[in-house]
Ligand binder design. Sequence first.
Ligand code: NAD
Length: 308
Amino acid sequence: MKQVTVIGSGVMGHGIAQLVAQANVPVVLTDVYESSLEKATELITANLAMQVEQQAISESEKERTLMTLSTSTDVIQSASNSDLVIEAISEKLDLKHELYEKLEEAILKETIIASNTSTFSLEALTKNVAHPERFIVTHFFNPAQFVPLVEVVKGNKTTEDVAKRVMNFMEQVGKRPILLQKDVPGFIANRLQAALVREAFHLLEEGVADARSIDLAVTEGPGLRWGFSGPLETADFGGLDIWKSVVENLAPELSAKQQVPSFIDAAIENGNLGTKTSKGIYSYSDEVIQSRLVERDEYLLKMSKVRQ
Ligand SMILES: NC(=O)c1ccc[n+]([C@@H]2O[C@H](COP(=O)([O-])OP(=O)(O)OC[C@H]3O[C@@H](n4cnc5c(N)ncnc54)[C@H](O)[C@@H]3O)[C@@H](O)[C@H]2O)c1
């Protein structure tokens, strides 16, 4: 790709743009708000500085990355000069439809449009578009510059060539893309996470353990191993006969609820949304939130070095 445009410079868009620029591919990060672009540039600069501090990149690589990335509020003009447009705007279907309509009026029909949606099917996203064959989903994970996985979802009408070029591009920028054979809600990783979170909420509601212990049961246990061996290979190494019994014996015990427990609804009603409001399942000071985010990125960076 000669140039990439990322649309939406929030949580995901700024990380995706940083990733592309770090791979030395010219990228324009766009947003309707100049203030959002300013914040994104600050975050990218701070993240690159952290990577220099951790000796993951040199000062000159940091400077080169910043030179490879530009920003603009002229979304359509930037997109019309790119071969790949990655849309990372708010998760609202009408906003995405409106944006695609404007894009299709202005850009070449060969330009690939990839959505970072977490919940919409490609079919729903492309309902009104003229050229569905160039649309695809590229679902990154936060922080996009560090988490290797990208779920690439091809619709019935997406061409093989578009899927191949996008998969190749993701590898070029250092990601581990996986191609889904079916356009299912939640793709793969969020379905797996949703199953785990539902059970974690259930265990907390039932008073089986406190929140910290439930979190530790993942981070100090299977979570550590999952970074090496996924659930299906784990089943093979444990023995399918054993896992048959695990599933048969435990399935009736697991939560099958379709709604979150009432304590989650009550927290939301009381305005306790998590770090966004300083209180959720735990309570946080502003300093703790900031330091946890920096620690998370440092941890992911160290992990990526270990895994290389
Ligand atoms: N946050 C996550 O962890 C996460 C993970 C994976 C995927 N996603 C998906 O990524 C997308 C973006 O999520 P986010 O968390 O970065 O959102 P966000 O709210 O942090 O950022 C969205 C940005 O898009 C901008 N925007 C809105 N409409 C626009 C338009 N028409 N043109 C240009 N810019 C516009 C907003 O000003 C904002 O800066 C969503 O589809 C979301 O579902 C989010």
